[in-house]
Design a protein around this ligand. Structure first.
Ligand code: UD1
Ligand code: MG
Length: 453
């Protein structure tokens, strides 16, 4: 059993974001920032998570749901005050409290794992994760004595010139033994430049009382970047995206242009799949091996099999089978399931439909609310007339049926197995298996009409 619990500070408004959305819900890699932090804490072994909420509390709670407990900080009186809100909640807990901020989405689980391991190994009361920065402006500075022992953390606004010259900063991430944390917090006050209860003061209080205070350095300071503005959000997105693409490339995916490829955190892609430029792959999308994806494609929450080709498409909440060829200029809408070897081409929209093995919808068609069998051929310009103004009705097209060009299939209607529909028909009655359905007026030619005119 892990004796590690995470407390995530997420009560602040994030004034500089200029947003009605709480800062920690802004997304990086298609996932709210605070979710990245919870996932990293989970990876490090924190089974239980407590999120301190304030601004937009209901919104944060609704987004995170059951994966965390929530404690409300009514007024944002500082980071120390925020952690203090969890005191009653943690009364029974006898272990290590890892404190994190909800606005550090690039944080890696391995880093937190190492922080916790070193905190335990050092048998410390408090361990702070620190970083060396070329420009430490804005961050709290880690002040050590001549022997290197951590004495305290001083905030930028409270620091003297000697302290300001320190380039080791407080990342705002810590491990504390619960009892020591809350005892020290009781002794903090807001006697500082910002008039806030600082969590950072706990470090100085513990060091003065000869409790063991330890520090762990983070290898890459980018990991702990705190996001306060839209510009920083965009910068973090860029760092995140590169990291995700590298991970995919390390697993055998070819990314042709890393600057124009956007892939969300949860996406998985199989080996030898090639991603062409200007492609977005989002949400919970899973793509198999040996696919050709893009250029100019957007795929969201979809499952793509092996050896599929998808170019110039927009697909969301749908499934594409092995060996399917989709595009160019195709819109696959929710609940579309394309079986193995299906071919969908130029300017076709498919919605809420099953398309059976080897069926073809090659040009200019709308197929909605349809159950299509295997080896069906849909002629150019075929429309399933699925909406009567009130209800959506289904169309059934059985195995091997052949639908001529420019056909309207007025649902509910069935075209039976192996049946043909003549080009230009508006079909309102079922076409039996092996029949030819014709629903258009016969052509008549008027001889010599032009010369008589
Ligand atoms: C804090 C640290 C600073 C560190 C920096 C790292 C303190 C006093 N300072 O400063 O040493 O270098 O983080 O990024 O801790 N929050 C609440 N309730 C509050 C105040 C803040 O939940 O009353 C939350 C915020 O939403 C945010 C986090 O705590 O997620 C950090 O607060 P912020 O105001 O950004 O602290 P910094 O000034 O960045
Ligand atoms: Mg901050």
């Amino acid at each position: 059993m892990s004796d590690l619990l995470a407390v995530v500070l997420a009560a602040g408004k994030g004034t500089r974001m200029k947003s009605t959305l709480p800062k920690v819900l802004h997304q990086i890699g298609g996932k709210p920032m605070v979710q990245h932090v919870l996932d990293a804490a989970h990876m490090a072994g924190a089974k239980e998570k407590v999120v301190i909420v304030g601004f937009g509390a209901e919104c944060v709670e609704a987004t995170l749901g059951k994966q965390a407990e929530f404690v409300v900080q009514k007024e944002q009186l500082g980071t120390g005050h925020a952690v203090m809100q969890a005191r009653d909640f943690l009364q029974e807990f006898d272990g290590t409290v890892m404190v994190l901020c909800g606005d550090t989405p690039l944080l890696k689980g391995e880093t937190l794992e190492r922080l916790y391991a070193e905190h335990k190994a050092a048998n410390a009361s408090a361990t702070v994760l620190t970083a060396r920065m070329e420009n430490p402006t804005g961050y709290g500075r880690v002040v050590r004595d001549a022997s290197g022992r951590v004495l305290k953390i001083v905030e930028q606004k409270d620091a003297n010139s000697r302290e300001l010259a320190v380039n080791e900063i407080n990342t705002g991430i810590y491990c504390f033994e619960r009892a020591a944390l809350f005892e020290a917090l009781q002794n903090t006050n807001c006697d500082n430049m910002q008039g806030e209860y600082y969590l950072t003061d706990v470090i100085g209080i513990l060091a003065t009382s000869h409790a063991k205070v330890w520090a762990v350095g983070v290898d890459d300071f980018q990991e702990t970047l705190g996001i306060n503005s839209r510009m920083q959000l965009a910068e973090a997105e860029k760092i995140f995206r590169k990291r995700k693409l590298k991970e995919l490339m390390d697993h055998g995916v070819t990314i042709m242009d890393i600057d124009s490829t956007f892939i969300d955190q949860e996406v998985s892609i199989g080996a030898d799949t090639v991603i062409y430029p200007f492609t977005w792959i989002e949400g919970s999308t899973v793509i198999g091996d040996n696919c050709q994806i893009g250029p100019n494609s957007r795929i969201k929450n979809s499952k793509i099999g092996d050896c599929a080709t998808l170019h110039f498409i927009y697909a969301h909440d749908c499934e594409v089978g092995d060996d399917a060829i989709v595009g160019p200029y195709v819109h696959l809408r929710p609940n579309t399931v394309l079986a193995k070897g299906v071919k969908i081409g130029n300017f076709v929209e498919v919605k809420n439909s099953q398309v059976g093995v080897g069926s073809k919808i090659p040009h200019l068609s709308y197929i909605g609310d349809t159950d299509m069998g295997e080896k069906v051929n849909i002629g150019s310009g075929t429309i399933t007339v699925n909406y009567d103004g009130k209800n959506k009705n289904r169309t059934t097209i059985e195995d091997g049926a052949f639908i001529g060009c420019n056909t309207n299939l007025v649902a509910p209607v069935t075209v039976g197995k192996g049946a043909y529909v003549a080009a230009g028909s508006t079909i309102t009655k079922n076409v039996p298996a092996d029949a030819l359905g014709v629903a258009r007026s016969r052509q008549s030619n008027i001889e010599g009409w032009v010369t008589k005119k």
